[in-house]
Design a protein around this ligand. Sequence first.
Ligand SMILES: [Zn+2]
Ligand SMILES: [Zn+2]
Length: 331
Amino acid sequence: MRAMILNSPGEPLRLTDVPALKPEAGQVLVHVRACGVCRTDLHVVDGELRDPKLPLIPGHQIVGEVVETGEHVERFAPGYRVGVPWLGWTCDRCRYCLSGRENLCDDARFTGYQIDGGYAEYAVADYRFCFPVSDAPDLQVAPLLCAGLIGYRSLRMTGDAERLGLYGFGAAAHIVIQVARHQGRRVFAFTRDGDTKAQSFAREMGALWAGDSSQPPPEALEAAIIFAPVGTLVPTALRAVAKGGMVVCGGIHMSDIPSFPYEILWGERTVCSVANLTRRDGEEFLALAPEIPVRTRVASFPLAQANEALDSLREGRLSGAAVIVIDESAI
Ligand SMILES: [Zn+2]
Ligand SMILES: [Zn+2]
Protein backbone atom coordinates (compact mmCIF):
# COMPACT_ATOMS: atom_id res chain seq x y z
CA MET A 1 0.00 0.00 0.00
CA ARG A 2 1.05 3.61 -0.45
CA ALA A 3 1.82 5.76 2.59
CA MET A 4 3.46 9.07 3.39
CA ILE A 5 6.29 8.18 5.75
CA LEU A 6 8.29 10.23 8.24
CA ASN A 7 11.79 8.73 8.36
CA SER A 8 13.37 11.41 10.47
CA PRO A 9 11.90 14.52 12.14
CA GLY A 10 12.68 17.71 10.29
CA GLU A 11 12.57 15.98 6.90
CA PRO A 12 9.63 16.01 4.47
CA LEU A 13 7.38 12.95 4.36
CA ARG A 14 8.13 10.50 1.55
CA LEU A 15 5.58 8.62 -0.53
CA THR A 16 6.54 4.99 0.00
CA ASP A 17 5.22 1.55 -0.88
CA VAL A 18 4.95 -0.38 2.37
CA PRO A 19 3.86 -3.99 3.01
CA ALA A 20 0.12 -4.67 3.36
CA LEU A 21 -1.25 -4.53 6.92
CA LYS A 22 -2.95 -7.35 8.75
CA PRO A 23 -5.20 -6.73 11.78
CA GLU A 24 -4.10 -8.47 14.98
CA ALA A 25 -6.44 -9.59 17.76
CA GLY A 26 -8.65 -6.67 18.81
CA GLN A 27 -7.78 -4.63 15.72
CA VAL A 28 -9.67 -3.55 12.66
CA LEU A 29 -8.13 -2.94 9.26
CA VAL A 30 -9.51 0.32 7.88
CA HIS A 31 -9.47 1.38 4.25
CA VAL A 32 -8.75 5.08 4.74
CA ARG A 33 -10.95 7.46 2.78
CA ALA A 34 -9.76 10.76 4.27
CA CYS A 35 -7.47 11.90 7.08
CA GLY A 36 -7.50 15.32 8.67
CA VAL A 37 -4.28 17.28 9.16
CA CYS A 38 -3.71 18.50 12.71
CA ARG A 39 -1.20 20.92 14.17
CA THR A 40 0.03 18.00 16.27
CA ASP A 41 1.15 16.31 13.02
CA LEU A 42 3.31 19.38 12.41
CA HIS A 43 4.78 19.18 15.90
CA VAL A 44 5.67 15.51 15.27
CA VAL A 45 7.09 16.11 11.78
CA ASP A 46 9.05 19.16 12.92
CA GLY A 47 10.50 17.29 15.93
CA GLU A 48 8.81 19.39 18.64
CA LEU A 49 7.13 16.27 20.05
CA ARG A 50 9.86 13.88 21.05
CA ASP A 51 10.42 10.19 20.33
CA PRO A 52 7.83 9.29 17.71
CA LYS A 53 7.81 5.76 16.34
CA LEU A 54 10.13 5.78 13.32
CA PRO A 55 9.58 5.36 10.51
CA LEU A 56 6.09 6.73 11.14
CA ILE A 57 2.89 7.19 9.18
CA PRO A 58 1.38 10.39 10.69
CA GLY A 59 -2.32 11.29 10.84
CA HIS A 60 -4.90 10.84 13.57
CA GLN A 61 -8.20 12.07 12.15
CA ILE A 62 -8.98 9.01 10.05
CA VAL A 63 -12.29 8.33 8.37
CA GLY A 64 -12.55 5.01 6.61
CA GLU A 65 -14.29 1.71 6.17
CA VAL A 66 -13.54 -1.45 8.09
CA VAL A 67 -12.44 -4.10 5.61
CA GLU A 68 -11.18 -6.85 7.91
CA THR A 69 -11.29 -7.60 11.62
CA GLY A 70 -8.88 -9.51 13.86
CA GLU A 71 -10.05 -11.96 16.51
CA HIS A 72 -12.11 -10.71 19.46
CA VAL A 73 -13.38 -7.59 17.71
CA GLU A 74 -16.80 -7.14 19.20
CA ARG A 75 -18.09 -3.99 17.63
CA PHE A 76 -17.35 -3.28 13.98
CA ALA A 77 -17.86 -5.66 11.08
CA PRO A 78 -16.48 -5.19 7.56
CA GLY A 79 -18.41 -2.40 5.84
CA TYR A 80 -18.74 -0.20 8.96
CA ARG A 81 -17.65 3.39 8.61
CA VAL A 82 -15.42 4.43 11.51
CA GLY A 83 -13.37 7.35 12.77
CA VAL A 84 -9.96 6.71 14.31
CA PRO A 85 -8.79 9.45 16.71
CA TRP A 86 -5.54 10.44 18.47
CA LEU A 87 -6.11 8.27 21.54
CA GLY A 88 -5.14 4.83 20.24
CA TRP A 89 -4.60 2.70 23.33
CA THR A 90 -4.79 2.98 27.14
CA CYS A 91 -3.86 0.55 29.92
CA ASP A 92 -7.29 0.43 31.63
CA ARG A 93 -5.43 -0.13 34.94
CA CYS A 94 -3.69 3.07 36.07
CA ARG A 95 -5.27 5.55 38.47
CA TYR A 96 -6.20 7.82 35.55
CA CYS A 97 -7.87 5.08 33.52
CA LEU A 98 -9.75 3.94 36.61
CA SER A 99 -11.08 7.42 37.35
CA GLY A 100 -12.52 8.40 33.97
CA ARG A 101 -9.37 10.26 32.90
CA GLU A 102 -7.95 7.87 30.34
CA ASN A 103 -6.73 10.93 28.39
CA LEU A 104 -4.00 11.14 31.05
CA CYS A 105 -3.15 7.40 31.08
CA ASP A 106 0.46 6.81 32.10
CA ASP A 107 0.99 4.36 29.24
CA ALA A 108 -1.31 5.81 26.58
CA ARG A 109 -0.35 5.36 22.94
CA PHE A 110 -1.39 7.77 20.24
CA THR A 111 -2.33 7.36 16.59
CA GLY A 112 0.13 8.94 14.19
CA TYR A 113 2.75 9.18 16.97
CA GLN A 114 3.41 5.82 18.63
CA ILE A 115 1.02 3.96 16.30
CA ASP A 116 1.01 4.35 12.50
CA GLY A 117 -1.76 6.67 11.39
CA GLY A 118 -3.86 7.63 8.41
CA TYR A 119 -1.63 9.29 5.80
CA ALA A 120 -1.92 5.95 4.00
CA GLU A 121 -4.31 3.79 2.05
CA TYR A 122 -4.91 1.51 5.05
CA ALA A 123 -4.53 1.71 8.81
CA VAL A 124 -5.00 -0.74 11.67
CA ALA A 125 -6.60 0.41 14.90
CA ASP A 126 -7.72 -1.04 18.23
CA TYR A 127 -11.47 -1.33 17.73
CA ARG A 128 -12.21 -0.13 21.29
CA PHE A 129 -10.87 3.32 20.39
CA CYS A 130 -12.70 3.72 17.07
CA PHE A 131 -15.91 5.71 16.82
CA PRO A 132 -18.87 4.96 14.62
CA VAL A 133 -19.30 8.02 12.38
CA SER A 134 -22.55 9.33 11.05
CA ASP A 135 -23.26 9.32 7.36
CA ALA A 136 -21.96 12.89 7.05
CA PRO A 137 -19.43 13.32 4.23
CA ASP A 138 -15.87 12.02 4.87
CA LEU A 139 -14.26 15.43 4.44
CA GLN A 140 -16.68 17.01 6.89
CA VAL A 141 -16.16 14.37 9.57
CA ALA A 142 -12.34 14.11 9.49
CA PRO A 143 -11.62 17.47 11.22
CA LEU A 144 -14.13 16.66 13.98
CA LEU A 145 -11.95 13.77 15.14
CA CYS A 146 -9.26 15.94 16.71
CA ALA A 147 -9.77 19.65 16.02
CA GLY A 148 -13.42 19.23 16.96
CA LEU A 149 -12.85 16.92 19.91
CA ILE A 150 -10.05 18.91 21.52
CA GLY A 151 -11.99 22.10 20.91
CA TYR A 152 -15.03 20.57 22.57
CA ARG A 153 -13.05 19.37 25.59
CA SER A 154 -11.46 22.84 25.89
CA LEU A 155 -14.86 24.51 25.65
CA ARG A 156 -16.29 22.26 28.35
CA MET A 157 -13.45 23.33 30.67
CA THR A 158 -14.68 26.93 30.45
CA GLY A 159 -17.94 25.98 32.21
CA ASP A 160 -20.75 28.37 31.38
CA ALA A 161 -18.58 31.39 30.52
CA GLU A 162 -20.64 33.57 28.23
CA ARG A 163 -17.99 35.93 26.87
CA LEU A 164 -15.44 33.62 25.28
CA GLY A 165 -12.17 34.52 23.59
CA LEU A 166 -10.51 32.24 21.01
CA TYR A 167 -6.81 32.83 20.32
CA GLY A 168 -5.85 31.40 16.94
CA PHE A 169 -8.66 30.91 14.45
CA GLY A 170 -7.84 27.68 12.64
CA ALA A 171 -9.37 24.23 12.40
CA ALA A 172 -10.30 23.84 16.10
CA ALA A 173 -11.61 27.39 16.58
CA HIS A 174 -13.81 27.34 13.50
CA ILE A 175 -15.53 24.23 14.88
CA VAL A 176 -15.70 25.29 18.53
CA ILE A 177 -17.26 28.63 17.63
CA GLN A 178 -20.22 26.77 16.13
CA VAL A 179 -20.73 24.80 19.35
CA ALA A 180 -20.25 27.93 21.49
CA ARG A 181 -22.77 29.91 19.45
CA HIS A 182 -25.22 27.02 19.63
CA GLN A 183 -24.89 27.23 23.42
CA GLY A 184 -25.64 30.96 23.31
CA ARG A 185 -22.13 32.20 24.07
CA ARG A 186 -20.62 35.38 22.65
CA VAL A 187 -17.32 34.80 20.90
CA PHE A 188 -14.37 37.15 20.42
CA ALA A 189 -11.67 35.94 18.01
CA PHE A 190 -7.99 36.87 18.09
CA THR A 191 -5.55 36.15 15.26
CA ARG A 192 -1.95 36.93 14.36
CA ASP A 193 -1.60 40.69 14.11
CA GLY A 194 -2.76 41.96 10.75
CA ASP A 195 -4.30 38.65 9.58
CA THR A 196 -7.42 40.29 8.21
CA LYS A 197 -8.32 37.17 6.21
CA ALA A 198 -8.58 35.06 9.37
CA GLN A 199 -10.43 37.88 11.11
CA SER A 200 -13.08 38.11 8.43
CA PHE A 201 -13.36 34.30 8.41
CA ALA A 202 -13.99 34.45 12.18
CA ARG A 203 -16.71 37.09 11.75
CA GLU A 204 -18.27 35.04 8.97
CA MET A 205 -18.36 32.06 11.38
CA GLY A 206 -20.21 34.14 13.98
CA ALA A 207 -17.58 35.97 16.04
CA LEU A 208 -19.03 39.18 17.50
CA TRP A 209 -15.61 40.80 17.24
CA ALA A 210 -12.35 39.73 15.59
CA GLY A 211 -9.01 41.47 15.84
CA ASP A 212 -5.27 41.28 16.50
CA SER A 213 -4.22 39.26 19.54
CA SER A 214 -2.12 42.19 20.73
CA GLN A 215 -5.34 44.20 21.15
CA PRO A 216 -7.57 44.01 24.21
CA PRO A 217 -11.11 42.75 23.55
CA PRO A 218 -13.91 45.36 23.57
CA GLU A 219 -15.18 43.88 26.85
CA ALA A 220 -13.54 41.70 29.49
CA LEU A 221 -13.78 37.97 28.76
CA GLU A 222 -15.00 35.28 31.15
CA ALA A 223 -12.82 32.61 29.54
CA ALA A 224 -10.31 32.24 26.76
CA ILE A 225 -9.06 29.23 24.82
CA ILE A 226 -5.61 29.44 23.25
CA PHE A 227 -5.24 27.23 20.18
CA ALA A 228 -2.16 28.95 18.73
CA PRO A 229 1.11 27.35 19.96
CA VAL A 230 2.41 30.69 21.17
CA GLY A 231 3.37 31.01 24.85
CA THR A 232 3.24 34.82 24.89
CA LEU A 233 -0.51 34.51 24.43
CA VAL A 234 -0.90 33.18 27.99
CA PRO A 235 -0.21 36.51 29.73
CA THR A 236 -2.05 38.28 26.89
CA ALA A 237 -5.17 36.18 27.51
CA LEU A 238 -4.86 36.54 31.30
CA ARG A 239 -4.98 40.30 30.83
CA ALA A 240 -8.12 39.91 28.72
CA VAL A 241 -10.12 37.81 31.22
CA ALA A 242 -12.07 39.27 34.13
CA LYS A 243 -11.72 38.16 37.78
CA GLY A 244 -12.59 34.50 38.16
CA GLY A 245 -11.82 33.93 34.49
CA MET A 246 -10.09 30.95 32.97
CA VAL A 247 -7.46 30.56 30.27
CA VAL A 248 -7.38 27.12 28.64
CA CYS A 249 -4.39 26.06 26.55
CA GLY A 250 -5.76 23.68 23.93
CA GLY A 251 -2.56 22.65 22.15
CA ILE A 252 -0.15 19.80 22.82
CA HIS A 253 2.91 22.01 22.39
CA MET A 254 3.54 25.69 22.99
CA SER A 255 6.58 27.95 22.93
CA ASP A 256 7.76 29.02 26.39
CA ILE A 257 5.46 31.22 28.42
CA PRO A 258 7.22 34.43 29.46
CA SER A 259 7.16 35.45 33.10
CA PHE A 260 4.35 37.78 34.06
CA PRO A 261 3.29 39.83 37.10
CA TYR A 262 1.22 37.99 39.69
CA GLU A 263 -1.46 40.66 39.54
CA ILE A 264 -2.75 39.40 36.15
CA LEU A 265 -3.35 35.94 37.68
CA TRP A 266 -4.69 37.26 40.98
CA GLY A 267 -8.47 37.59 41.35
CA GLU A 268 -8.92 33.80 41.07
CA ARG A 269 -8.02 33.62 37.44
CA THR A 270 -6.80 30.17 36.37
CA VAL A 271 -4.61 28.81 33.61
CA CYS A 272 -4.92 25.16 32.59
CA SER A 273 -4.22 22.84 29.69
CA VAL A 274 -6.30 20.28 27.86
CA ALA A 275 -4.60 16.99 27.04
CA ASN A 276 -5.84 14.45 24.51
CA LEU A 277 -9.37 13.08 24.67
CA THR A 278 -11.39 10.37 26.33
CA ARG A 279 -13.63 8.01 24.43
CA ARG A 280 -16.53 9.62 26.25
CA ASP A 281 -15.62 13.02 24.76
CA GLY A 282 -15.71 11.41 21.33
CA GLU A 283 -19.07 9.72 21.75
CA GLU A 284 -20.59 12.93 23.15
CA PHE A 285 -19.18 15.31 20.60
CA LEU A 286 -19.82 13.13 17.55
CA ALA A 287 -23.46 12.82 18.66
CA LEU A 288 -23.75 16.58 19.23
CA ALA A 289 -22.06 17.75 16.00
CA PRO A 290 -24.83 16.70 13.58
CA GLU A 291 -27.48 18.25 15.85
CA ILE A 292 -25.96 21.74 15.70
CA PRO A 293 -25.08 20.97 12.83
CA VAL A 294 -21.32 21.65 12.71
CA ARG A 295 -20.10 22.40 9.20
CA THR A 296 -16.38 22.32 8.60
CA ARG A 297 -14.52 24.45 6.06
CA VAL A 298 -12.05 22.15 4.37
CA ALA A 299 -9.12 22.39 1.98
CA SER A 300 -8.35 18.98 0.46
CA PHE A 301 -5.02 17.58 -0.67
CA PRO A 302 -4.18 14.26 -2.36
CA LEU A 303 -2.01 11.82 -0.36
CA ALA A 304 1.14 12.62 -2.31
CA GLN A 305 0.74 16.29 -1.34
CA ALA A 306 0.68 15.78 2.43
CA ASN A 307 3.82 17.92 2.73
CA GLU A 308 2.04 20.80 0.97
CA ALA A 309 -0.89 20.39 3.39
CA LEU A 310 1.50 20.60 6.36
CA ASP A 311 3.24 23.65 4.85
CA SER A 312 -0.09 25.45 4.39
CA LEU A 313 -0.90 24.85 8.04
CA ARG A 314 2.57 25.89 9.23
CA GLU A 315 2.38 29.11 7.26
CA GLY A 316 -1.16 29.95 8.33
CA ARG A 317 -2.52 29.90 4.77
CA LEU A 318 -5.64 27.84 5.53
CA SER A 319 -9.13 29.00 6.38
CA GLY A 320 -10.49 26.06 8.38
CA ALA A 321 -9.06 22.55 8.22
CA ALA A 322 -6.82 20.64 5.82
CA VAL A 323 -7.83 17.09 4.93
CA ILE A 324 -5.88 14.53 2.96
CA VAL A 325 -8.08 12.63 0.57
CA ILE A 326 -6.83 9.09 0.13
CA ASP A 327 -9.70 7.43 -1.68
CA GLU A 328 -10.80 9.34 -4.73
CA SER A 329 -14.41 8.44 -4.04
CA ALA A 330 -14.26 10.27 -0.68
CA ILE A 331 -16.93 12.91 -0.44
ZN1 LIG B 1 -3.96 3.94 32.07
ZN1 LIG C 1 -4.79 16.44 16.63
